[in-house]
Design a protein around this ligand. Structure first.
Ligand SMILES: *Cc1c(COP(=O)(O)O)cnc(C)c1O
Length: 234
């Protein structure tokens, strides 16, 4: 089977899952945007999926992402949006701000400042989502729930950034339905102060149904589209 056929088959199966999950939740399919997480995958895979209609791609390493964004631009394929979904060092923020359209992993004041500076310097506006730590484990990234409000105020006031909403990864071993319901509560509190922050980024290959039931507007899917990744980059 050609890689195109493989990806087309995976995309069809994934679309079936997304439609079924939307139906089950009483939501329209167009309320949920698919972000194809292309980390570790070659630009050829991105180009194939773009040709099949996917318009949003996610990366989690600056160096890899910057190279892939440039390589994709060189293919002359349709315009796509690039999402940064991984832990982000402050010293990489300027680079990320030069090519990303949406950053899902903003979890501290210093990162808000650095992304804001980078966006202004590049003459761009970035959508930012606050990554929330639902279990308070500092090693896995995310702002503790108690600090989300002040970080939201910071991001909303930062030039070059648009506070778009919140994001989380379900904690290891947690019930994803419970985790995403907790995230939806946080999202509602942020929205009370910042009505434009309507995005909820939740759900990966293994738990996108629970995320859609909880109101996800972005699902971030890697494995279910591209197949298993090498273990070094999970
Ligand atoms: C890799 C990654 C994904 C995709 O995970 P899959 O289980 O392969 O679908 C989603 N979100 C983040 C933050 C990731 O790093």
């Amino acid at each position: 089977m050609s890689r195109r056929d493989e990806l087309a088959g995976a995309l069809t199966a994934l679309e079936d899952r997304l439609s079924a999950a939307c139906d089950a939740a009483g939501r329209r399919r167009d309320e949920v945007r698919l972000v194809a997480v292309s980390k570790t995958r070659p630009v050829e895979d991105v180009a194939e999926l773009a040709a099949l209609g996917v318009r949003d791609f996610g990366e989690n390493r600056d160096q890899e992402a910057a190279a892939k964004v440039a390589a994709y631009a060189g293919t002359g394929g349709p315009a796509v949006r690039w999402h940064f979904v991984g832990g982000l060092q402050t010293n990489k923020a300027r680079s990320v701000a030069s090519y990303a359209d949406v950053v899902h992993s903003v979890d501290r004041d210093a990162l808000v400042g650095a992304l804001s500076k980078g966006a202004v310097r590049a003459g761009r506006e970035l959508d930012v989502l606050l990554q929330v730590s639902l279990d308070g484990d500092p090693d896995r990234g995310g702002v503790p729930v108690a600090d989300v409000g002040s970080l939201a105020d910071q991001a909303a006031a930062a030039p070059g950034l648009r506070l778009a909403g919140v994001m989380a990864v379900a904690p290891l071993g947690a019930d994803p339905a419970e985790a995403f319901a907790a995230l939806a509560d946080v999202a509602a509190r942020v929205r009370a102060d910042h009505p434009g922050a309507t995005d909820l980024s939740a759900g990966m290959s293994g738990d996108l149904e629970q995320a859609i039931a909880a109101g996800a507007t972005y699902v971030r899917v890697g494995t279910a589209l591209f197949g298993a990744r090498p273990p070094a980059n999970r």
